[in-house]
Design a protein around this ligand. Sequence first.
Ligand code: PHE
Length: 348
Amino acid sequence: MSDAATLEGELEALEAQALEAVATADSESLEELRVRYLGRKEGRVSAILRGLGGLDPAARPRVGQAANRVKGSIAKALDARAQALAEADVRPSGHGDLSLPGRSGWRGARHPVTLVIDELCTLFGEMGFSRARGPEIETDWYNFEALNTPLDHPAADEQDTLYLADGTHLLRSHTSPVQVRVLQTHEPPIRVLAPGMVFRRDTWDATHAPAFAQLEGLVVDEGVTFVDLKATLAEFARRFWGPGTEVRFRPSFFPFTEPSAEVDVKRVRTIREPDGSTRTEEGDWLEIMGAGMVDPAVLEAAGIDSERYTGFAFGMGPARIAMLRHAITDIRSLYENDIRFLSQFGPS
Ligand code: PHE
């Protein structure tokens, strides 16, 4: 037989416990509390009410009244808390918080190197160049020998790359093999630009990446001379960096061009002062590409008559150009694919 005093004690404890829990509940736990204390089946107050039958009949009304009072008091607290939460909460339930700022979808951005490549292709496109491409996995014939570079030539060491297991295929160390592929498949006049990734056994540091982009240019026709090379590349530099840009050709060596040159540019900017006067500001000389007249041996290896045709070629690194453009000091940031960095540059 249950003892009336024990039940009354339990009811009081239950009330205190319930009121404390309700006071800090959120809307979800409020529902759980309602079930826990007042639920018909499992509710704790209901359990006590069910236990009334075991009491001394004289004590039943008193305990019953106390149980009903506690039930009413918990129900009132639950309602008050629900009301308070509804007033504090501007959310229409189930629709998220409409007062938060909007979240727009991430639209993506083109890679800064891709942006430079596209811009260069457009610019050279206006000068009559079309776009060509070749495979990243090449044979050593296309990568070296057809480009007048015997495999035991020191220039082949400089461009040491990764060989595939068969010993003759390699990851191309420059885009120049595309010259040979275009010469084999097209009749002059030829004017192409070939962008793509190249691979070298270089240490990954601030100025070297073992995989990086190059952009190759090739022009072959009757009567093409070094004047055409200089004029085309100077025109490119002025269109790309501005009309004041100075261009310098330094003698150099590549096995597949003769003569060869390194091309440097110096950017000269006109700055307008607040008082309306102007002054010019000169940058440093920056090396931007290798170039030269296509060696007759390259034309012959590709089956082009080197008595009839001449041409010039050039190769540059769009990553370097992107670095100059955005004052990026570490080439690795261009190839690490950190979206926080890459998404700053251009439209998708
Ligand atoms: N292929 C050369 C390099 O990777 C660049 C180059 C291309 C030089 C075309 C001359 C002509 O360094």
